[in-house]
Design a protein around this ligand. Structure first.
Ligand code: DC
Length: 251
């Protein structure tokens, strides 16, 4: 058993918002695995590493300087010690990260790092595309968040507007087109595509608020933990805190 909660889904499904809220409620750390692919895409661009020559990419990975610092207050993504957490959110890096994440050497590198972090920082919430299906197939809990492409694009666009005080450089239609393109890339790659693990619980979030998704996850975790002592013995301590009751009572 891996003491972890896998939260997978396509771009804009609300994974990172929910993962952060869930980790905060349970009082545990959170790993945004997409940030690793984003940081490598950003670094490769800065260092002009040609993504179409995989041998060069593979030889460079160890010198990319990628480092993740996990903390209750949030994750820091570093390159050679410099915090690039904000730089990796640009739309251009979103596109590049999807491309770089299809390279097997890059996936092996990131997956190895994710497994090590999950091992060292147990218990952990991880959000990604392939956590339940490939990275941690024995994760204690697996959720797969779904929403229509139109709703996911709306959420992304609204987030961009908030981040830029209404000055987002992309229109809603551009965001939607990119989301559909990224869905295709991430779901069709050969190695570890974005897919729900057979034992993942799918949650359709199009019509739900963040708080409703969080409540549903906590309720499902409670039910499973009550049914299965192997889960309950470990997770009960996290599921009984005041903040969990607070989150469950919030409407
Ligand atoms: O979740 P995100 O948008 O930050 O992810 C950026 C890209 O990284 C995404 O298009 C696909 C890739 N990714 C992946 O292949 N596997 C993961 N576990 C997480 C992200």
């Amino acid at each position: 058993m891996t003491r972890a909660i896998a939260l997978d889904g396509l771009s804009g499904a609300g994974k990172s918002t929910i993962a952060k809220a869930l980790a905060n409620t349970l009082g545990i750390n959170y790993l945004d695995t997409g940030a690793m692919y984003r940081a490598l895409a950003y670094a490769a661009k800065q260092e002009q590493i040609p993504l179409d020559i995989e041998d060069l990419v593979a030889a460079w990975l160890d010198q990319s300087g990628l480092e993740l610092v996990l903390a209750r207050t949030g994750q820091k993504t570093l390159l050679h010690g410099v915090d690039v957490s904000a730089d990796i959110r640009l739309p251009e890096i979103s596109k590049l990260s999807s491309a770089i994440s299809a390279l097997p050497s890059v996936r092996h590198y990131c997956v190895e790092m994710q497994r090590q972090l999950a091992d060292q920082q147990m218990p952990l919430v991880l959000d990604g595309r392939d956590i339940g299906s490939y990275v941690l197939p024995r994760a204690d809990f697996k959720f797969y968040l779904e929403a229509t492409a139109a709703e996911r694009a709306r959420r992304r666009w609204r987030q961009m507007q908030d981040d830029t005080q209404g000055m987002a450089t992309q229109s809603y239609d551009q965001v939607l087109t990119e989301i559909i393109k990224r869905d295709q890339n991430d779901s069709s790659r050969k190695l570890a595509p974005a897919v729900a693990a057979p034992d993942a619980i799918k949650i359709e979030t199009t019509e739900l608020t963040v708080s409703e998704v969080l409540q549903r996850i906590l309720r499902l975790m409670r039910v499973r933990a009550a049914e299965d002592p192997k889960l309950g013995d470990f997770w009960q301590q996290y599921l009984v805190s005041d903040s969990v009751s607070g989150a469950e009572n919030k409407r």
